[in-house]
Design a protein around this ligand. Structure first.
Ligand code: 5RP
Ligand code: MG
Length: 215
């Protein structure tokens, strides 16, 4: 199995905080995410600034697009995003148009699995050519005490078997990584576990060590 990639999520309320959070740690990660919270707080310019500052990194705009895919998707790519996210409840034409725009530009989209989705829907995404999905324990579910469990492993395993490149996110801590060790996870996202650590660099390295240990 390939070693998973590490993505830092910048869900800061200001661009200044996001940049401070990235200092020193950017070289430790493979992907930099302009989080939904940062996008709402600072707008699309956050994507533009971060891609300009880190042109060699994959930059993901976590826009969680639900509709108007033909308008919002190119906005993210024009600002410099390499990847952007479409929420799983979006209609298939929204996904298809976003995917087409991504392909034309050599970029990619991910389906954000926050909330309700079904295997049948996943089959439809696959049929139209979606490659990436993000398996997400929502921040609010996590805050309400929902833990990773066997049902998560089963669903993530099913998505991997279907051939998707699967990202896992949602309050992921270093201790959670080994729980997924049997699966070919493509990317793990860590936001607060890196940003709020006393040493974000050590926290990012601890994630990478776990990846090396188990994959
Ligand atoms: C919330 C998100 C976050 O970016 C994702 O959950 C990662 O952040 P954290 O590791 O802090 O949970 O998309 O909707
Ligand atoms: Mg996010």
């Amino acid at each position: 199995m390939m070693i998973p990639k590490l993505q830092i999520a910048l869900d800061n309320l200001t661009f200044t905080d996001a940049i401070n959070a990235l200092k020193g740690v950017a070289q430790e990660v493979d992907i930099i995410e302009v989080g939904t919270i940062l996008l709402c707080a600072e707008g699309i310019r956050a994507v533009e600034y971060i891609k300009n500052m880190y042109p060699d990194k994959i930059v993901l705009a976590d826009a969680k697009i639900a509709d108007a895919g033909k308008i919002i998707t190119p906005m993210m790519f024009d600002a410099g995003a390499d990847w952007t996210t479409i929420i799983c409840c979006a209609d298939i034409p929204t996904v298809a148009s976003a995917l087409e725009i991504a392909k034309q530009r050599g970029r990619d989209i991910q389906i954000e699995l926050t909330g309700h989705w079904t295997k049948e829907l996943a089959q439809e995404w696959q049929k139209i050519g979606v490659r990436q999905v993000v398996y997400h324990r929502s921040r609010d579910s996590q805050a309400a005490g929902v833990n990773w469990g066997l049902a998560d492993l089963e669903k993530v395993g099913q998505l991997c078997k279907m051939g998707f490149q699967v990202t896992v996110t949602g309050g992921v801590n270093v201790e959670d990584i080994q729980f997924f060790k049997e699966l070919p996870i493509y990317v793990f996202i860590a936001g607060r576990a890196i940003r709020d650590a006393s040493s974000p660099v050590s926290a990012a390295r601890a994630f990478k060590n776990e990846f090396e240990k188990y994959w």
